[in-house]
Design a protein around this ligand. Structure first.
Ligand code: GSH
Length: 215
């Protein structure tokens, strides 16, 4: 068996790490986890031992090193085609890739103003008109995808697209954003996944506090 290690940043704060971890976990890949806490004196040099990108997550799979959350998701989807990590139908697969890429490269106002923090509850904090604009677009994506698929997840069953949006669900709950019926029910589906609950429990148990990500 090929040795696999997924190197992650703090589970409480690292939204990029959560995405890759959900996909690796769902795929059935047997992997070890290493968590490197951010913002410590040795963080940067420790990350560089695993990836020259200087960023987490990174998946080390035998001789192959893959960095960047979405690239890791794509790699694992190729390793485990039976896991259904992308929709089987071409049009749905194109849309799943489009919304995943939109999440990967966008929504900067939301990401900047509402950092992921699973331990915290700060209703009302971080909201600006630009953040609301991001939230409106995200919830429209959720509504349209679920309407087209008719499923609980964005494309019927869990796919990479759900992993990409899972940290947003956590952010919206942390900052007490009011969710309409569809977004509220999608948030429940994501938070009720056993793998999401396992991650949240471990995030809450972490000892590290990063003041810049706390309000
Ligand atoms: N686009 C990258 C972003 C990765 C990223 O920014 N990771 C942060 C942690 S969430 C990081 O490693 N920061 C390094 C540091 O703060 O030293 C991805 O999708 O993996």
């Amino acid at each position: 068996m090929v040795n696999s290690t997924l190197v992650l940043a703090n589970k409480n704060y690292s939204s990029w790490s959560l995405r890759a971890w959900l996909v690796c976990t769902h795929s059935g890949l047997a992997f070890e986890e290493v968590v490197i806490p951010l913002r410590e004196s040795v963080t940067h040099e420790t990350i560089l031992r695993h990836t020259p990108s200087g960023k987490l997550p990174v998946l080390v799979h035998g001789d192959v090193t893959v960095w960047d959350s979405l690239a890791i998701c794509e790699y694992v989807a190729e390793l485990f085609p039976a896991a259904g990590l992308w929709p089987a139908e071409a049009l749905a697969r194109a849309r799943a890739r489009a919304v995943s890429s939109e999440m990967h490269s966008g929504f900067l106002d939301l990401r900047r103003n509402m950092p992921m923090n699973m331990r915290s509850s700060s209703p009302g904090l971080g909201m600006t008109p630009e953040v609301q604009g991001d939230i409106n677009r995200i919830t429209a994506i959720w509504r349209e995808c679920r309407k087209a698929s008719g499923g609980d997840f964005l494309f019927g069953d869990f796919t990479i697209a759900d992993a990409m949006f899972a940290p947003v669900v956590s952010r919206l709950l942390t900052y007490g954003v009011e969710l309409g019926e569809n977004a509220g029910s999608y948030a429940e589906v994501i938070m009720n996944m056993p793998m999401m609950q396992a991650w949240v429990a471990e995030a809450k148990d972490e000892p590290w506090i990063i003041p810049d990500f706390e309000f």
